[in-house]
Design a protein around this ligand. Structure first.
Ligand SMILES: [Fe+2]
Ligand SMILES: [Fe+2]
Length: 167
């Protein structure tokens, strides 16, 4: 757990979801937009080419996933957190396969996020002297670090606590 974050294992679930949206989701969207803007003028440069080739689809996938969480998964979690019969709410939702599909998307995220960082290393400070590329590299590192924390919070705290209502 990050030393600056509260003990999420005991925080009400609806407070965990609103924290995720206000911090990690918002940060990821902003930083991904910054990266797209910074890429505009450098995407044809040799060290950036491989990164640029997968960037747009990575960003679209991440945005679609966060939208789905905000529109489907988090409202369900909020409903469970405030319901008198959370098990019944969970049971209803479980018949909807969207839920398990959405949770399983996290399995691929770790690989995608690592891939992005790996390709950004081609324009890291040890590979090029370009100040513009160093700034871009630093943004990708910030995105990586935040997505890593974000994913940890969802897969190690939020989803397991949600699944407790399955039985
Ligand atoms: Fe998320
Ligand atoms: Fe997620």
């Amino acid at each position: 757990m990050n030393a600056f974050e509260p003990d999420f294992s005991h925080l009400e679930l609806n407070r965990v979801t609103s924290y995720l949206v206000a911090t990690h989701h918002s940060f990821a969207r902003d930083v991904m937009d910054d990266i797209s803007t910074m890429l505009q003028n450098v995407r044809e440069e040799q060290p950036v080419k491989e990164f640029a080739a997968i960037w747009d689809s990575f960003k679209a996938k991440m945005n679609a996933h966060m939208d789905e969480e905000e529109n489907i998964l988090f409202p369900l979690i909020d409903e469970i957190a405030t319901s008198d019969d959370p098990h019944a709410v969970m049971k209803n939702a479980e018949s909807d396969s969207v839920l398990s599909e959405m949770i399983s998307q996290h399995d691929h995220h770790e690989d995608d996020v690592h891939k992005i960082l790996e390709l950004a290393r081609n324009f890291g400070p040890d590979k090029t002297d370009s100040a513009r590329l160093h700034k871009l590299y630093r943004k990708v590192v910030q995105l990586y670090q935040d997505l890593h924390e974000h994913l940890e919070l969802e897969t190690r705290v939020l989803v397991p606590r949600l699944l407790e209502f399955k039985s």
